[in-house]
Structures are given as structure tokens and as C-alpha cells.
Write a protein that binds this ligand. Structure first.
Ligand code: IPM
Ligand code: MN
Length: 360
């Protein structure tokens, strides 16, 4: 297969973990005889510094013309404490999502047995938890009509965001959710706040109309506050969660941390144009340049990329290599066992590349 990959390394630890992601992708491609070409493009704070905007037109074209985007992370502390900054790195990410029509964000929450002890939850609660959160990614408050803080006619400073959803937006993301449920344990939980929000009542209405088309899937409905609680009391309850943009943002941070291994969780965003594969953790500016960031989430994003193109063996080999590295304690410092060796971002990536070559 021929694959054109746009590489958006972004900020912070992004370039370091991306280097390992690209190396793994290349090693697998070589092993299976795929022809992969890479095209690097600017985004995030890095792009603001170089060309004045976080998602330049040229980056958009590189993404649009590629078969897939491998993305690392964006963000820089110099923008965080400044609510009046005119342009922010995160806008680059949002622009990418919107312009590529990436309405479905797939965030698997999986536990690795050897890391369960790192979870803030009790071992017996979290061990074996395995669910996918399907987050709607191009609607809701993130993109609805908004007003930045400004003084109104009555002399009061105000601001607002609008949580807008249309029926087609809700329907298409629910279909993605049902698709995943059918390939998994056939249990879909629609998370909303239908007791309060009109937009959630639309979600619930559409889901109730659609559930009859999927009699083989158990559909249940849960308010978001309850879902947040259930996730820490009984995470194994969940199989597939489908929810709106803001709720999904919050719930997936919670989900990732209960596994004890945020640095290991990849994600995929798909929609009407090129799909994007990225780790769910951020740019971790404090770790930049220190060769200590865990590259596994980036590497597992490469597995998701292969799987997206139905290259299952390729994806499986990446996952096998990652599992082997963990088993053999080839781990970055935050998950290394006491007395274990010292491995940095590079060393973990290189070990995995060698594993892939050896198994070939
Ligand atoms: C995420 C991030 C982004 C979001 C930020 C960086 C804009 O938190 O991908 O979850 O809120 O969607
Ligand atoms: Mn988030």
C-alpha cells in the first residue's frame, strides 16, 4: 500500500515523541512492503512563532492531500496565563479539526496490567477496564456562537458560548458509536445532560429513535455527572461511550488517568477528510528536550493509523512490540520499576524499532 503521511510534531515534547512514531511507522512499512512518504508541516505555538498563525494554509493543504495525519501535541506556557492573547496554539488544533471535518474522536481507555498500580483507583476496581469514548469533535460549545468578555450596554462585563447541535451532527456520531459497539461488547452508553440542556434533549431524542435499528446493541443513557462518578466507581461498566464535545473532553481526561498511564493512550479523529492520529496527552513543556517523555502513546497512535486502513497485522505488530517493551521493563522514568534500567524517549523508541525488525 502507498501511504502519504502528514507529520505535525507541534510543540513541547511533540518533536521527540514524533521522531519515534515516525521511526516505528517506517520500520513496520518496510517490514510489510508499504511505500510511505512523510511531509512535515508546522502547527501550534511553533507555527505562530514562524509564520504568525497556528494552522497555516500550507499545513492545511499538507493534511488535506495526505492519506493520514500523524499529530503529536501543541501548546506553550507563554500563552496559558494570558486570556487576552489574540492567537493561541490550541486554535491550530481546533482549526485542523474543523477544516478536516474530523467530527469523530475515538479515545480508547485501556488498562495495562503491569501499570494498574499507578492508577489512583484500587487495583480490583480498575483492572480489566476497557472502553472507548467516542467524542463529537466539531460541534457544541467549542464551535457555537460565542462572545469574548466585553462590557454590555448595562455596563456589565459578559461572555457566552453556545452549545449548538443539529440532528445530522448527532446522528452521524451516534452511528460511529453503534459501529464500535457492534465490533465490541455491544453496549452503548449515550452520555448527556438531558435533564437540563436542550441540546442534550436533541441527543437523547435522536438516540431513542435510532436505537431500534440496533437491536443487537444494549443502549443506555446516563447523565454526565453520573457518568463521571460511575467511571471511578465502576469503570468496567462501560464498553462504548458516545457524547458531545465538551463532555467528551472532560470524561476522557478522567478516563485516561484512571488507567494509570495517560502517556500510553492514543486516539484517532475521523470524519469527512484526512484522519488524524495523535496521543491524548499534551505537549508537556516541562519535559521538552530532556529525553524523558513516554513515546508509547505516539507509537500506539501509529497502530491505530494502520488499523484505520485495515492493516491489522501491522497494527498488531506495533501493539505486540509495545507490550513486549513494557514486559521487559524498557520503560521511560515515570513508569519504570524500582531498580529498573534508565531508558529515555529515544531508547524506548529504538528498542521497539529493533523488536519490529527482529520479528520481521
Ligand atoms: C483535547 C485537548 C483540546 C480540547 C485542547 C488542547 C484544545 O484538551 O484534545 O482534549 O479541548 O479538545
Ligand atoms: Mn482535553
Amino acid at each position: 500500500m502507498k501511504l502519504k503521511i502528514a507529520v505535525l510534531a507541534g510543540d513541547g515534547i511533540g518533536p521527540e515523541i514524533m521522531e519515534q512514531g515516525v521511526a516505528v511507522l517506517s520500520a513496520v512499512a518496510e517490514r510489510f512492503g508499504h511505500e510511505v512518504t512523510f511531509r512535515e508541516a508546522l502547527c501550534g505555538a511553533h507555527a505562530i512563532d514562524e509564520v504568525g498563525e497556528p494552522f497555516p494554509e500550507e499545513t492545511y493543504r499538507a493534511c488535506r492531500d495526505a492519506d493520514a495525519v500523524l499529530f503529536a501535541s501543541v501548546g506553550d506556557p507563554k500563552y496559558d496565563g494570558n486570556p487576552s492573547a489574540k492567537v493561541r496554539p490550541e486554535q491550530g488544533l481546533l482549526a485542523m479539526r474543523k477544516r478536516l471535518g474530523l467530527y469523530a474522536n475515538i479515545r480508547p481507555v485501556e488498562t495495562f496490567d503491569c501499570l494498574v498500580h499507578k492508577s489512583p483507583l484500587k487495583d480490583e476496581l480498575v483492572r480489566g477496564a476497557d472502553f472507548v469514548c467516542i467524542r463529537e469533535l466539531t460541534g457544541g460549545m467549542y464551535f457555537g456562537e460565542k462572545r469574548e468578555p466585553a462590557v454590555n450596554g448595562d455596563g456589565v462585563e459578559e461572555a457566552f458560548d453556545t452549545n449548538y447541535y443539529s440532528r445530522p451532527e448527532v446522528e452521524r456520531i451516534l452511528r460511529v458509536g453503534y459501529g464500535y459497539a457492534r465490533r465490541r461488547r455491544r453496549h452503548l452508553t449515550v452520555v448527556d445532560k438531558a435533564n437540563v440542556l436542550a441540546s442534550s434533549r436533541l441527543w437523547r431524542k435522536v438516540a431513542q429513535e435510532m436505537m431500534g435499528e440496533y437491536p443487537d446493541v444494549v443502549t443506555d443513557f446516563m447523565y454526565v455527572d453520573n457518568a463521571a462518578m460511575r467511571m471511578i466507581q465502576d469503570p468496567r461498566f462501560f464498553d462504548v461511550i458516545v457524547t458531545e464535545n465538551t463532555f467528551g473532553d472532560i470524561l476522557t481526561d478522567e478516563g485516561s488517568c484512571i488507567t494509570g498511564s495517560m502517556g500510553l493512550l492514543p486516539s484517532a479523529s475521523t470524519g469527512s477528510s484526512t484522519p488524524v492520529f495523535e496521543p491524548i496527552h499534551g505537549s508537556w513543556p516541562q519535559g521538552k528536550g530532556l529525553n524523558i517523555a513516554n513515546p508509547l502513546a505516539q507509537i500506539l497512535s501509529v497502530a491505530m493509523l494502520f488499523e484505520h486502513f485495515n492493516l491489522r497485522e501491522e497494527g498488531a505488530l506495533v501493539r505486540e512490540a509495545v507490550a513486549a517493551s513494557l514486559d521487559q521493563n524498557i520503560r521511560t522514568p515515570e513508569i519504570q520499576v524500582e531498580g529498573g534500567g534508565r531508558y529515555g524517549t529515544k531508547e524506548v523508541g529504538e528498542w521497539i524499532v529493533n523488536y519490529i525488525r527482529r520479528e520481521a
